[in-house]
Design a protein around this ligand. Structure first.
Ligand code: ADP
Length: 559
């Protein structure tokens, strides 16, 4: 609003200069000059205050956005994470945060002042010369309508398409980099290069289209502005020729043009920036709206587990998108402290069994009870805090080994961490590392071998002291020493706990209390190793024979 008065003050100053023909009127000029300078200083002060205010708002809001989105992402289902590129999500999050900043700045410094200035200029012109007021109003309305229409209907879709490919590029890069060891082992660098080349070619075409549309829009806007300027100037000169405007008024018209040129020329840019920022923020909104498939009931209670008794009662479960359910009226019971091995061909439903216990998914019907409490009416955090899980491919954080082991109990004392590492047979190899427990393992623990990683994961589970333990045996062939260490560690950790082991090597399950043999979502046999061997045409026997045969073949091949 201060800016609107600057051209007026310029005009007054010029009129004062023109009209001054004697030294007596000099004080008038000084006064007009003082008004002009005061306006300029006031304008700078206001603008800078606004900058300081928006700085605070933006920084705080971006911080909140980061915290809120991260919290949300962490709580989305395993399915969501399995189906979403982590690289794209990271990009969407950071891009959305900065988009918020762009939107605030655009509104505070672009659109809001432009609207005010436009209204002010129309009012000033209409007050002095109605005809010019109408001309400015029509010109500004036409310019704004064109700018917004083009930005929203023409430029924005091209921007959104380019942005989508932009996220895919980030996703592909992070996917290939995180799987770099596989890329290398298959000497597939060129193939990955080509993948990226195809995608960035699509990105280039999309980005160029969006940028070109931006450029054409600017051209159309410039044309409208030139026509408006020409009309205003011609009108001003016409009024001056008829004695209805002074020389100062002409200067005011020229100065006003410079003013709204600045504000209006950028309004198209601001609308486009706002549009882009909003569509970038849309990703965060979508994220915020994504429904965590598993939610706590309003009256969910923390689960209390002392014994670790697990019971599946007529559970029917189907993965989303699958025609047939994997489990139909599935029932099964695991006694407190029992050590149970799950075996069966790949895809038989072993992992799903443990995922259901952890409530990564909800069954269609039936109940899963732990110590008599239905897990669907317990809080998820309490449920997961009673289950220790050693995954097949132990994932470690890019943090020190100490922090990795203490992840389940961050307040654990150093000697407890060492004791857990001892029990997991991890202490010896950690001691040999240069920085010992302070060694930072590479991203996802890549600096350690598979066997070492799994022992660290076991130490983590030992330290967290959960009453129920789920162990997914590593499928990767471990060297026999690692394998023995791990088997030892499992025996230590399993003591006094209900333990479920998904076994890929049948040698692991021989010493367990009971073996559940899975086949296509059904437990076809259940019993100890010795009992199952008694079954003449048993499935377990068959599996054992197959595995022994393939081991023999491997050994023969080695020989
Ligand atoms: P196992 O652990 O015995 O190898 P799983 O429990 O992982 O078997 O899988 C059982 C079946 O469910 C398989 O046919 C698998 O393809 C299917 N399945 C597993 N996870 C999903 C999923 N997220 N979405 C759809 N189907 C799945």
């Amino acid at each position: 609003m201060i800016d609107i008065f600057v051209p007026l003050a310029t005009g007054w100053l010029l009129d004062a200069v023109v009209e001054t023909d004697s030294g007596q009127r000099m004080d008038q000029i000084w006064r007009e000059l003082a008004v002009f300078l005061l306006l300029v200083v006031l304008f700078i002060c206001c603008r800078n205050s606004l900058t300081l205010i928006t700085n605070r708002i933006s920084a705080k809001a971006m911080m909140e956005l980061a915290k809120q989105s991260f919290a949300k992402i962490q709580r989305l289902s395993s399915d969501w994470h399995a189906n979403t590129f982590s690289g794209s999500t990271v990009r969407k999050l950071t891009r959305g945060m900065w988009a918020f900043n762009a939107a605030t700045e655009t509104l505070a410094f672009g659109i809001f002042p432009a609207v005010l200035v436009s209204v002010g200029i129309v009012a000033v012109f209409a007050y002095n010369w109605l005809i010019l007021g109408v001309l400015v109003f029509v010109g500004i309305a036409l310019f704004t309508a064109c700018s917004i229409l083009l930005a929203v209907k023409w430029v924005a879709p091209a921007n959104a398409a380019a942005q989508e490919v932009d996220s895919q590029v980030s996703g592909l890069i992070s996917d290939a980099i995180s799987a770099s060891s596989i890329v290398k082992s298959f000497a597939a660098e060129e193939r990955e290069d080509r993948h990226l080349a195809d995608l960035v070619e699509r990105w280039r075409a999309g980005a160029m289209k969006a940028w070109d549309r931006n450029a054409y829009t600017s051209l159309i806007q410039a044309a409208i502005l030139i026509i408006l300027q020409a009309g205003l100037l011609a009108g001003g000169i016409w009024l001056w020729s008829r004695g209805m405007a002074s020389a100062g008024d002409i200067v005011m018209i020229v100065a006003t043009q410079a003013l709204f040129n600045g504000y209006l020329r950028d309004i198209g840019l601001h609308v486009r920036n706002l549009q882009r920022a909003l569509s970038e923020m849309q990703d965060l909104v979508d994220l915020e709206r994504a429904i965590p498939e598993i939610t706590d009931l309003p009256d969910a209670q923390p689960i209390v587990v002392e014994r670790g008794h697990i019971k599946f009662e007529n559970v029917t479960f189907r993965y989303r998108g699958n025609a047939a359910p994997l489990y139909k009226n599935f029932s099964c019971e695991i006694q407190p402290g029992e050590k149970v091995g799950l075996v069966g061909a790949s895809g038989a439903g072993k992992s799903t069994f443990v995922k259901l216990i952890q409530r990564m998914y909800d069954p269609e019907s039936g109940r899963i009870l732990i110590d008599g409490q239905d897990i669907s009416s317990s809080t998820q955090s309490s449920l997961r805090s009673i289950i220790g899980h050693v995954p097949q491919d132990a994932i470690l954080f890019h943090r020190s080994l100490r922090e990795n082991i203490a992840y389940g109990r961050p307040d654990a004392a150093h000697n407890e961490i060492i004791a857990a590492a001892h029990q997991a047979h991890a202490h010896a190899f950690i001691e040999k590392l240069e920085a010992g427990y302070d060694t930072v393992v590479g991203e996802r623990g890549l600096k350690l071998s598979g066997g070492e990683r799994q022992r660290v994961a076991i130490a983590r589970a030992i330290l967290s002291q959960r009453p129920i333990l789920i162990l997914d045996e590593a499928t990767s062939s471990l060297d026999s020493i690692s394998e023995r260490y791990i088997r030892d560690a499992i025996e230590t950790i399993a003591k006094g706990r209900t333990t479920i082991i998904i076994a890929h090597r049948l040698s692991t399950v021989k010493s367990l209390d009971r073996i559940l043999v899975f086949d296509r979502g059904v437990i076809v046999e259940s019993g100890s190793h010795a009992e199952l061997l008694q079954l003449k045409h048993g499935y377990y026997r068959q599996l054992l024979k197959n595995q022994e045969d393939s081991t023999d073949q491997r050994e023969l091949a080695v020989q």
